[in-house]
Design a protein around this ligand. Structure first.
Ligand code: CP
Length: 303
């Protein structure tokens, strides 16, 4: 069985194939009838053990546009509260003739564990602080759409790198596809072991990072994953690392602003930057559907 567990496991050619397939689905999504019959014999469960707005809705919509049957499972409100294990839960769902599992979990490695124990194809929709592969794919698709290429594009990933599966998946993908990447944020949120493992350059000064960049991918401070105070306050974070329109307009050239969502407005991005004409944040969300259609279509061996 083939899975999408992380970008780490993919070759550049796999990524290129997904992005090319997503291009075709984006074209389908512009038509009056946005639906194709490709997966009408496939049943998919969206298994969410952690909260989500964009990823969950985007997968469900991608499945519906491909004519798959879909069911949605949230850990809250399920028999997980009675002590049922992940494996028991999934095996019970699969016994009802479900073919594919889209899964978000707060534990890093949960989809990798599942892949070893069940026969269905698994798509990782975010596992703990490890990877969020479809986010990196939709980010790459959106950069390519805006700038025409990934090759040689300079991307600064800004913010809470340590807790970010989006940062990890983006670094893997951008490096494989020939883009240049730096990370920027407070030293407490950019551990050395991480940057050394990735071989990625660190720039602690926000202005310098932005002056270097074509694209800034701005991350949320993940308060829910921090078990200690890693910076003094959100106000101070905003002063040192928040992006304002004044800062953006003082740069030597216009840069593209991205954010995976949800945004903490007034912390990492001011509203007039998030909603401004250099932001492609809602295009990222739009592209998520075409990219997830491509992933599901290819994993179902229809490519
Ligand atoms: N970008 C992202 O994963 O958002 P959600 O947590 O709302 O799915």
């Amino acid at each position: 069985t083939r899975h999408l567990l992380g970008i780490k496991e993919l070759q550049a050619q796999d990524i290129a194939t997904i992005l090319e397939t997503a291009d075709q689905f984006k074209e389908v999504l512009q038509r009056p009838i946005k639906k194709v019959p490709s997966l009408r014999d496939v049943t998919i469960v969206n298994l969410f053990y952690e909260n989500s707005t964009r990823t969950r809705i985007s997968f469900e919509l991608a499945e519906k546009r491909l004519s798959a049957d879909t069911i949605n499972f949230s850990a809250s409100g399920s028999s997980v509260s009675k002590g049922e294990t992940l494996l028991d839960t999934v095996n019970n769902i699969l016994s009802m003739k479900v073919d594919m599992v889209v899964m978000r979990h707060s534990a890093s490695g949960a989809p990798h564990f599942l892949a070893k124990h069940i026969p269905a194809a698994i798509v990782n929709a975010g596992d703990g602080i490890n990877e969020h592969p479809t986010q990196a794919l939709l980010d790459a698709f959106s950069i390519q759409e805006k700038l025409g290429t990934l090759q040689g594009v300079r991307v600064a990933i800004i913010g809470d790198i340590m807790h970010s599966r989006v940062a990890q998946s983006n670094i893997h993908l951008l490096q494989k596809m020939g883009a240049e990447v730096i990370v920027c944020g407070p030293p407490t949120l950019i551990p050395k072991y991480l940057t050394e493992a990735f071989g990625v350059r660190v720039e602690y000064n926000l202005r310098k990072a932005l002056e270097w960049s074509d694209v800034a991918n701005v991350l949320r401070i993940q308060l829910e994953r921090q078990n200690q105070v890693l910076f003094s306050s959100l106000r101070e974070y905003n002063i040192a690392y928040g992006i304002s329109r004044r800062l953006l307009e003082s740069l030597p050239k216009p840069i593209t602003i991205m954010h995976p969502g949800p945004i903490n407005r007034g912390v990492e991005l001011d509203s007039d930057v998030a909603d401004g004409n250099q932001s492609i944040i809602l295009q990222q969300v739009e592209n998520g559907v075409a990219v997830r259609m491509a992933v599901l279509y290819l994993l179902a061996n229809r490519g």
